[in-house]
Design a binder for this molecule. Structure first.
Ligand code: PLP
Length: 394
């Protein structure tokens, strides 16, 4: 910062220069985020100053947050949905808007830990949660921050969590399980109904990370049980800023029971409300408005069309890739494709350097990971496969 401020012209010239270094999602096949819907952008602007960390000052934004949680609750088959007015949560399903999947996952495990350690006096040892090997790296942060052991269950040949491996890892210190509904690398859905049986049998919690899949799975042709309809599911993470087409940062965390949210309560003596359940203090009301606007605008029909578009792209990618001699690791379940190519790390670098394609790589086994998002088109796929053929032919 200088002693004297710069002119608007100078600032915007600098900003535009910086913006030109960003991608505009052109030739991006690696991202789980996309262009926000234009109505979300407008709504975000309208509520730009609203702070959901101080609910008493922003009743309107808070009302929109409650509406979003209600709509998400309905989408995820919650029996009934509400969020706290500030210091209590009265009805059966509660939730709030987070900054994204990472915060939702952290808070879900924090809730499990608080409930168990408060409920079981003299809980000894380190509590553990069991996650699939495929879980997002946000769970590494959970382990690091909370003094919780994160145990990783093996995957089956289709990259779903292996149930025998989960059962083997359960011991007297296990407080919960995590299932992924749309894993980051393969787009695979864990058998949430079976995890639910294990969770209920062992009287432990079950968190479902549907950060990516939450706005996809309900709109797929083939049903996959993953939400509150499955009886053992105690919490769900779902991100409007991914396939929900809202602005960043928009995540959401829903709990089946108010006791979960209560376990996260911290008193806030100098704010307009007495308690806070959230991880962050100051929170974006603009995200709540953006998510409200896009969900109301698109409705189920709009999201179904969005998912249909992405699944058609996925199917085209697999069919055309096969014709070119590249097999997927699994038949895609959602709009994520993992393609077997020789030397994927080198291919990735070449695709970017020579043709401007952004792709990523799965960890084990190493394959080309492609996420087919609303910003992609059928023409992109044709062009991408032509370039892939060139890169792999050398
Ligand atoms: N969970 C899953 C399954 C994800 O795919 C991601 C991100 O891609 C996250 C959690 C983390 O979400 P965020 O980056 O919004 O914190």
């Amino acid at each position: 910062m200088n002693e004297k401020g710069l002119s608007e012209k100078e600032i915007f010239s600098y900003l535009e220069d910086a913006k030109s270094e960003d991608t505009n999602y052109h030739r991006v096949l690696s991202s789980m985020c996309t262009h926000p819907h234009k109505i979300a952008i407008e709504a975000n602007r309208l509520f730009i100053e609203a702070n959901l960390g101080d609910l008493g000052l922003f009743f309107g934004a808070h009302r929109l947050e409650k509406e979003v949680v209600r709509m998400l609750g309905k989408l995820l088959h919650a029996p009934s949905t509400d969020i706290p007015s500030g210091d209590s949560c009265e009805s059966s399903v509660c939730g709030y808007l987070t900054t994204g999947g990472t915060e939702s996952n952290i808070q879900a495990v924090r809730g499990m830990k608080n409930l168990v350690t408060a409920g079981k006096k003299g809980f000894e040892g380190i509590p553990n949660v069991i996650i699939p090997e495929s879980a997002h790296f946000s769970f590494d942060k959970v382990a690091d921050m909370m003094g919780i052991e994160v145990r990783r269950a093996a995957l089956d040949s289709e990259f779903r969590v292996d149930l025998a491996s989960v059962e083997e890892l359960i011991n007297q210190n296990t407080i919960g399980l995590v299932g992924i509904a749309g894993n980051t690398e393969f787009g695979q859905i864990d058998p949430i109904d079976k995890l639910s049986e294990i969770a209920l049998e062992n009287e432990i919690f079950l968190h479902v990370d549907a950060a990516f899949g939450g706005f996809v799975i309900p709109f797929l042709e083939k049903p996959h049980p993953f939400d509150f309809e499955v009886p053992g599911v105690t919490s769900i993470a779902i991100d409007p800023h991914k396939m929900g087409l809202s602005t960043i940062p928009s995540g959401a965390l829903l709990f089946r029971s108010p006791s979960f949210l209560d376990s996260l309560k911290v008193s806030t003596p100098y704010l307009t409300t007495k308690a806070q359940f959230t991880l962050t203090g100051t929170r974006s009301g603009a995200s709540a408005a953006a998510t409200y606007a896009v969900m109301k605008y698109l409705g189920y029909e709009g999201y179904r069309k969005n998912v249909q578009h992405c699944m058609q792209l996925t199917s085209k990618m697999v069919t055309e890739a096969r014709k070119a001699g590249f097999e997927p690791l699994i038949e895609p379940v959602m709009n994520v494709v993992a393609l077997k190519v020789p030397n994927p790390d080198l291919v990735r670098i070449q695709l970017l350097k020579r043709f401007g394609w952004n792709v990523s790589i799965t960890r084990t086994p190493r394959a080309l990971r492609l996420v087919l998002m609303p910003h992609n088109s059928p023409e992109d796929i044709d062009a991408f496969l032509e370039d892939l053929k060139k890169v792999t032919a050398e």
